[in-house]
Design a protein around this ligand. Structure first.
Ligand code: CA2
Length: 167
């Protein structure tokens, strides 16, 4: 009997998000990152996906995570946290991802400090979700699943396929 691979959505989290739920509940709520991971897994399972959920406090490791998932993930959800506002390296890595990328922030970054209004990630993302708390991750997963369902039925462009074979 043939094994069927379950497609995977990667959920990548940046610095300090490992401490979620332990500080600043008025701003970030009380959910922990483990709660966010469980929400992502439940949501993804509902729409037929696995989740590869990761967090790092290191810029280079976040770049490595993007490289590891860039050819295999059906979509990427990224909350690059403070690296959103500082990292051209993270942006350049995300620009090389074949699948759509959704940028997520727990808080409304546009209603906070001025420096949080600029995102290096947004320019290479398909969509940006901010201010919905952990639900933003679930919205992102549902959106990526919907995009994947759209493209699954679409005819592929031969010149694009050819270019990719030689890449
Ligand atoms: O709102 C978001 O999701 C942010 O990406 C969170 C980042 C911040 O630098 C971005 O501007 C917006 C900060 C993550 C800090 O994580 C926490 C750690 C402990 C308690 C609460 C949050």
């Amino acid at each position: 009997m043939a094994l069927t691979m379950v497609p995977t959505i990667a959920v990548l989290n940046g610095p300090n998000l490992n401490l979620l739920g332990s500080r600043e509940p008025a701003l970030y709520g009380t959910a922990t990152l483990a709660d966010v991971r469980d929400l992502c897994r439940r949501t993804a399972a509902e729409v037929g996906y696995d989740v590869d959920f990761r967090q790092t406090n290191h810029e280079g490791e976040l770049v490595d995570f993007v490289h590891e998932v860039r050819e295999t993930a059906s979509g990427v959800v990224v909350n690059a946290a403070a690296y959103t506002h500082t990292s051209i390296a993270v942006r350049d890595a995300l620009a090389m991802v074949a699948a759509p990328v959704v940028e997520v922030h727990l808080t409304n970054v546009h209603a906070r400090d001025e420096f949080r209004r600029h995102s290096y990630v947004a320019g290479v993302a398909t969509a940006v979700i901010a201010g919905c708390g952990p639900a933003g991750y679930a919205f992102a997963i549902r959106h990526l699943a919907a995009l994947d369902a759209q493209t699954a039925g679409a005819p592929r462009m031969p010149e694009v396929d050819g270019a990719r074979q030689h890449a």
